[in-house]
Design a protein around this ligand. Structure first.
Ligand code: IMP
Ligand code: MG
Length: 177
């Protein structure tokens, strides 16, 4: 597989993702009280595939909502200022909320969105990412649920893009240097 002349190397197979997403859904499901339906908040665009598989692995009804954020400046030198392009539409006050993203890199995005959602006074706010590039972390933030720890490589597929291409790939690849 290639994107713009760069080779993609397989990192995580579709079948392994599927199995891990099922496991995560089980762990997350047991952590919810289910007193009322939890709200799953997915970050667009990267988390759209992961979130759609994750919510379908829950055996009870949940509410799904989305946020779209963009970081000011260039993503590789994240300033820590993120801009909210689309907020959630659900009132999450007093609710159990799960914030979902594709990948935790520097941690700036998840930390800021976590604090933003906290101000809306949810009863519980938990976080889940499919992938975690631990060695890239620049702020003190860890997700409650992590699918896979991954190496510091640029990853594509299963929602993750390289210049907007490759989100539709079923497996996760790294871009070869
Ligand atoms: P953070 O704020 O540095 O943690 O960045 C998180 C965001 O950067 C994710 O939501 C992704 O959109 C993007 N990102 C980080 N690493 C990758 C990657 O390897 N491939 C594609 N997108 C990435
Ligand atoms: Mg993203």
């Amino acid at each position: 597989m290639e994107i713009r002349g760069k080779r993609l190397r397989l990192l995580i197979k579709e079948e392994d993702i599927r199995r891990r997403v099922e496991e995560l859904a089980g762990e997350i499901s047991s952590s919810f009280s289910w007193d009322e339906p939890p709200v799953v908040v997915a970050l667009l665009k990267g988390a759209f595939i992961f979130a759609s598989d994750l919510v379908r692995a829950f055996k009870r009804p949940v509410i799904v909502d989305f946020m779209r954020v963009s970081s000011y400046g260039h993503s590789t030198e994240s300033s820590g200022n993120i801009r909210i392009l689309k907020d959630i539409e659900t009132d999450i006050e007093g609710k159990e909320v799960l914030l979902v993203d594709d990948i935790l890199d520097t941690g700036l995005t998840m930390k800021e969105i976590y604090e933003f959602l906290k101000m809306k006074k949810p009863k519980v706010l938990k976080t889940c990412v499919l992938l975690d590039k631990k060695e890239r972390r620049r702020v003190d933030f860890e997700a409650d649920f992590v699918g896979f720890e991954v190496p510091d490589r640029f990853l594509v597929g299963y929602g993750l893009d390289w210049g907007e291409l490759g989100r539709n790939l079923r497996d996760i690849y790294y871009v070869e240097d």
